[in-house]
Structures are given as structure tokens and as C-alpha cells.
Design a protein around this ligand. Structure first.
Ligand SMILES: [Cu+2]
Length: 302
């Protein structure tokens, strides 16, 4: 009986250690694969705001993306939204183990995972340098590699991860990227967290791999909730992230802003306590990017 209770407590302690949101340093395991996916950039075939049809972009095409799996890559987990890979979560002090497998039998290319914002030894950098980098920078199809990461005090925030193997230029253009969201050791988790990955895809400027209102993610919140926007970008372009009806503090203090510039591989998070009901636009404010799809809807209910 006592032994049974001890076992129960041990199981409970283990379960708590793995739960996101608690404040003790934890070891978190993520199982991720680069895997072929069918993707559609403009599922409804139109730019609803300007009334322009994009029938060709309704057709799914095949590309390679990061997807989350259960232990030993046995089963693919349901995917939240967007072309980007799973949001890797952690807290300052955590060790994060990313077990990566290259399941790219579409292009049959090497891939890797290179993480911004966290600490790791050179061997887990995931960036290909001929003659110097380790296996983790050039994971061949069918092979796997575990990246051992540590969230330091300087890791709190939002960061991109992406392929940095010899195939990175093509694979990033195809969507092989994702985000890390690291909370401070005792920081409150937001009620809503929206990932906004600004990147080109084909002829479009996409948010999470989708173009135009009605295709890009519809983000929803209620008045009173603490919302957090995770804004990230890869590619060649600078963007200006803008949310209608809302303002936030400039980075590093200073005044309020409602538009924030972001360049390749930069990232930031924006938080506010929601108090503005409405159906708002969020978008990149570079006008040619808006014209090519970088707009979405944010709905706030009372
Ligand atoms: Cu833009």
C-alpha cells in the first residue's frame, strides 16, 4: 500500500516536471522530423480584400516541414497551424532535448536544426561548415540527431530555428523553420500565444505559409486575456508588423508603438492585456507585401 502510494507520488512528480507552465527547471524532450507535407498557400483561391483571384494557388504542392512526433518518431502529433514546425516551449533554466529525424524522401536532401537564442556546445549548432561541423549539421535522409539545448537567463523571449544544412536555401524557402518560445523562470504564461512567421513562399508573402485574409491564421482572444504575439521572419525582406487598434511599448522602454520593424532571423514578442473588442487586421505594413498576402484577422470578443 505504502509502496503503491510512493509510486503514485513519483509518477505525479514526473508528470509535473514535464508540464509546461511550472517554474522548476525541467528537462523537456521534443521529437521532431523533417517530413514531406502537402501545403496550400491560398486555400480559398483569392485575395478577399482586393477581389483578386489566385486560382492556381489553391493547388496543394509538396514541400518539407518540421513536424512534432511522439517518442521515437512513432506517430506524428496533430499540428497546430501554419507551415512552421512545432513551437518549442521552455523556461529559463530548462534543458531542451530536440530529437531530430530527417524523413525527407521527397527531395532526398540533408537537413538540420539550428536554434537561435539558446545555449549549446558547437556540436549542436546544426550549421554546416565543410570539414568542421558535426553530423548534426548534415543529417542525411533516414538519419537522426539529438540537439541538446539549454535556456539561459539571456534566452527568455522568442527565437527562430531553421535548417542550416547544405540544403538550407531551398528548404527554408519551402518552409523548414519554426519558433522557440522561452519564458522567464517564474514568468506568467500568456492566455493566448499567436505565432506570426513572416516569410516569402513562391510568389507570395506569407504569414505561417499562407497568403491573404481568410487563409492566414485567424487569431482569437477575449477581453481580459493576456495575449502574446510571437513575431519571426526568415528570407531576404524586412517587415513592419502592425496590429490595428492596439499599441505596445517600444523595445527597451520608450514610447508606445503600433508597428515594429523586423529583419531576417530577427524575432520579438509583444504582449498586452486585451481590452479592445473588434475584428482587427494584423499585417506587415510594407505595401507590396500586403498586396502579396501578408495580412490576417485578429478577433477579440467581450
Ligand atoms: Cu513584409
Amino acid at each position: 500500500m505504502v509502496r503503491g502510494l510512493g509510486l503514485l507520488l513519483a509518477v505525479l512528480a514526473l508528470a509535473l516536471a514535464g508540464a509546461p507552465g511550472e517554474a522548476q527547471a525541467a528537462v523537456r524532450h521534443y521529437w521532431v522530423a523533417a517530413v514531406p507535407v502537402h501545403w496550400t498557400i491560398v486555400p480559398n483561391g483569392r485575395d478577399a480584400i482586393n477581389g483578386v483571384p489566385y486560382e492556381d494557388a489553391r493547388m496543394p504542392f509538396e514541400t518539407v516541414a518540421y513536424r512534432a512526433y511522439t517518442r521515437n518518431w512513432e506517430r506524428q502529433l496533430p499540428h497546430r497551424y501554419g507551415i512552421q514546425g512545432p513551437l518549442i516551449r521552455g523556461r529559463v533554466g530548462d534543458t531542451i532535448l530536440i530529437h531530430f529525424k530527417n524523413l525527407d524522401n521527397l527531395f532526398d536532401q540533408p537537413h538540420s536544426m539550428h536554434f537561435h537564442g539558446v545555449h549549446y556546445p558547437f556540436g549542436a549548432d546544426g550549421s554546416y561548415i565543410p570539414g568542421l561541423s558535426t553530423r548534426g549539421a548534415n543529417v542525411k535522409p533516414g538519419d537522426s540527431f539529438t540537439y541538446r539545448l539549454k535556456a539561459g537567463k539571456d534566452s527568455a523571449g522568442v527565437w527562430p530555428y531553421h535548417d542550416h544544412s547544405p540544403s538550407m536555401m531551398d528548404s527554408i524557402a519551402g518552409g523548414l523553420y519554426g519558433g522557440l518560445s522561452i519564458l522567464g523562470r517564474h514568468e506568467r504564461a500568456p492566455d493566448r500565444e499567436f505565432v506570426v512567421f513572416l516569410a516569402p513562399m513562391g510568389e507570395f508573402m506569407t504569414i505561417d505559409g499562407r497568403a491573404f485574409v481568410g487563409n492566414t491564421p485567424l487569431f482569437e482572444a477575449r477581453v481580459g486575456e493576456l495575449v502574446q504575439w510571437d513575431v519571426l521572419t526568415l528570407g531576404d525582406d524586412f517587415h513592419t508588423f502592425h496590429v490595428h487598434g492596439h499599441r505596445w511599448r517600444q523595445p527597451g522602454g520608450g514610447g508606445f508603438i503600433d508597428t515594429q520593424t523586423i529583419g531576417p532571423a530577427e524575432s520579438f514578442r509583444v504582449r498586452w492585456r486585451e481590452d479592445r473588442p473588434g475584428t482587427w487586421l494584423y499585417h506587415c505594413h510594407v505595401e507590396s507585401h500586403m498586396e502579396h498576402g501578408m495580412m490576417g484577422i485578429y478577433k477579440v470578443r467581450r
